[in-house]
Design a protein around this ligand. Structure first.
Ligand code: GLY
Length: 363
């Protein structure tokens, strides 16, 4: 189906699904499970509303987005590495669309909070967690796309504190979390007193040495963003290497990966459509940088595969079925994920408007 026709279907469905009390996160039995404060994913709901406003020109979506922004603003002081996910699809995209300086101000405050999560001994942004009764630092591959908040803050203010910390974090991520074959670890934990790295870890993959497919997709997207903002050739070459691994290890029957690249291939194995949507957005980011048609074609095939195999009917909330949030905890398995829907829509917008400068500037 034409990408613009898919967007028409999305528009019609979303108009009927706007009445929701809290932030959608993942579905359970096809119905949104919501969070009051937006958890780490609330920004993506607002991002969907912004893209729908851009696509349709309908102020209904813009007014909804503004309403939800008010609820998310207080998160600007949350000490978490997820601040990029929370603030760039919501406040930064909103600022780019509306030029409302207040949105920029809030996003910059969030960027300042993100800086406070930096550890200058290991040169990483991190969160704290409890592991075996001990408080430790946690660094994940998922942090890479969160750096967009810092790259953007540097571009807006010229203040190198944002650039330097994002750059140090990206460099350390290459060293610790990317393997020589282009696959990724999910993360590592470290001792908060000595700053010694304790071990590599996975939370959502099969095992530490495997390659969790959404982590690989976050890495493609995160390094593509780093490359776009810094123009550093190393980041582009890392992105291409990550993308090569990702594309080479897709199943043969369609373009949606199993939740981990190390599962035994079997058409009934659990997949992750959200990983596919994120990877597609990352590949389109590479296309924006390089103009190499290959990346756009791959993204187009992924989006078509998602639509043909996993587009939900009217009965279910969310657009894409068969995401996998957290198999080990049985959270959001074979369900819709708000970030999967977001990157599906963001990719469609990029594919439809790839030659329109005013829309390209929104990324
Ligand atoms: N924490 C982000 C993810 O689960 O992908």
């Amino acid at each position: 189906m034409e990408n613009s026709n898919i967007m028409d279907k999305i528009t019609q469905k979303l108009k009927k699904h706007l009445k929701i009390e809290n932030f959608p996160h993942v579905t359970k039995n096809g119905k949104w499970q919501t969070t009051r404060d937006g958890y780490w994913s609330g920004g993506f709901w607002i991002g969907i509303l912004w893209w729908m406003h851009v696509h349709t020109g309908d102020d209904l979506f813009k007014n909804e987005a503004i309403k939800w922004l008010k609820r998310l603003e207080k998160r600007k002081t949350s000490r978490t590495f997820d601040l990029g996910f929370i603030f760039y699809p919501s406040f930064i995209l909103g600022y780019k669309i509306t030029k409302d300086e207040q949105l920029k101000k809030v996003a910059l405050e969030a960027a300042d909070t993100l800086l406070t999560t930096f550890n200058p001994h290991l040169n990483v942004i991190y969160d704290e967690m409890v592991q075996e009764n001990q408080k430790v630092g946690k660094v994940l591959i998922d942090i890479m796309p969160n750096l967009k908040l810092l790259w953007w803050a540097f571009k807006e203010t010229g203040n190198t504190k944002y650039y330097d910390i994002a750059n140090l974090h990206a460099q350390r991520t290459i060293k610790e979390l990317i393997r020589s074959d282009g696959s990724t670890y999910q993360g590592f934990i470290f001792d908060l007193k000595s700053n010694a790295i304790i071990k590599k870890v996975t939370f959502q993959g099969i095992n530490t040495e495997s390659c969790w497919s959404r982590g690989q997709a976050w890495a493609i997207l995160g390094f593509a963003m780093a490359s776009e903002y810094t123009k550093n050739e190393e980041y582009l070459s890392v992105t291409k290497k990550l993308a090569r691994y990702y594309l080479k290890h897709l199943p043969l029957d369609n373009k949606v990966p199993y939740y981990d690249f190390d599962v035994k291939p079997n058409p009934n194995e659990i997949r992750d459509t959200s990983a596919a949507a994120i990877a597609s957005a990352g590949l389109l980011n590479v296309y924006r940088i390089t103009k190499e048609e290959y990346y756009k074609e791959q993204a187009h095939e992924i989006i078509q595969s998602l639509y043909m195999n996993y587009f939900n009917d009217e009965m279910k909330d969310g657009f894409l079925s068969d995401g996998c949030f957290y198999l080990q905890k049985d959270w959001g398995v074979k369900e819709s994920m708000i970030w999967g829907d977001y990157f599906f829509i963001e990719s469609l917008i990029q594919l439809i408007y790839s030659n329109q400068k005013s829309i390209k500037n929104l990324f």
